[in-house]
Design a protein. Structure first.
Length: 333
């Protein structure tokens, strides 16, 4: 109770006044009636001042809460003095600050969800429109068999593209929501490269491209093999799309006490200085982007790598190819 300054001062005032009144009454007993009267007036004045002070603090606390309800949380330092009202205001300030932060996060989550849905809708609109046109054409009984086969293959391609897009967007959303648990296991760089590239070997062969890989690199790192393969596979797919027919995609491995690095180089047209800062942004398509690109593969790759405390950088000379530098840092760092 005596941690409240106003109560402590009031009690001290009463004790001092009572002591003085007792001393006066002992010396001059005839003045006792007047002393009691004066004491009563002073006690009343003291109580009034104390009540006015306390109600003033309560009024300020009420104003503080009203401002908080209107999202006008004042940027002030709460009372650092001792006392129930100061402690109450401090605790309310903490609670309201936390509520405002959670409300802001909720707003950001809603905005992110709206943006994601908008992005997916935008990316699906073009292939769906194309598919509807081809379906209408396939209904024509007079359509030549060759054209019917061509449209059927195109429909299959568009469906595969939509399936990959939805899968990639779902993966990115799960990473953003923190619902993907990444393992910490010993991953061999050789296994990572083999699994990430095996489904691309046939498309590369059809393009006349060659994949140059070092002989059984012994480097290892701590990470998630499955999601690391997904990231490296997206980078290789990007390199394949930009490397001309007959070109070579080279994968190198580097290991030191700090990190295990994977270097992927293509022989494409390179990336302009204008596009470099935006390469890993979602749905960004540079000047040299493939017509079938949706601008999500590299963004997903970076998200999967950084989720494992890794980094990815690019080095590119426009017209002379691009080098992707992936670093998986060791756990003892």
């Amino acid at each position: 109770m005596f941690k409240n300054r106003e109560i402590l001062y009031s009690v001290l005032f009463i004790l001092i006044l009572s002591g003085l009144s007792a001393a006066v009454c002992m010396r001059v007993p005839a003045l006792g009636v007047y002393v009691v009267l004066v004491d009563g007036l002073l006690y009343t004045a003291c109580f009034s001042a104390f009540s006015r002070y306390r109600y003033g603090k309560l009024r300020k606390l009420s104003e503080f809460l009203r401002k908080a309800q209107k999202h006008m949380l004042p940027l002030e330092v709460p009372d650092q003095l001792e006392g129930e009202l100061s402690v109450l205001k401090s605790e309310l300030y903490k609670l309201l600050t936390k509520c405002h932060s959670q409300a802001e996060l909720l707003h950001q989550d809603r905005q992110f969800l709206a943006d994601t849905i908008s992005d997916i809708s935008h990316q699906l609109k073009t292939p769906m429109t194309s598919m509807n046109v081809m379906i209408d054409l396939l209904k024509d009984e007079a359509l030549p068999p060759q054209k019917r086969l061509e449209f059927t293959r195109s429909l299959h391609t568009q469906l595969s593209r939509m399936e990959w897009l939805l899968s990639a967007m779902l993966t990115m959303s799960r990473i953003d929501a923190g619902s993907i648990t990444l393992k910490k296991e010993t991953v061999k760089a050789a296994d990572l490269i083999r699994q990430a590239s095996e489904h691309l070997l046939i498309p590369m062969e059809l393009r006349g491209q060659r994949l140059a890989v070092p002989d059984a690199p012994a480097a290892v790192f701590q990470g998630d093999l499955h999601w690391s393969c997904e990231a490296v596979s997206n980078i290789l797919k990007n390199c394949m799309e930009h490397t001309p027919c007959g070109g070579t995609i080279t994968i190198g491995v580097r290991e030191n006490p700090i990190y295990t690095g994977i270097l992927i180089r293509d022989e494409g047209g390179g990336i302009s200085e204008k596009d470099k800062p935006h390469v890993f942004e979602r749905f960004y398509k540079g000047a040299n982007a493939s017509p079938d690109s949706v601008g999500i593969g590299l963004a997903l790759a970076k998200q999967l790598i950084t989720a494992q405390d890794g980094t990815i950088e690019i080095e590119s000379d426009y017209g002379r190819g691009t080098l992707f530098k992936i670093k998986f840092y060791h756990c003892n760092m």
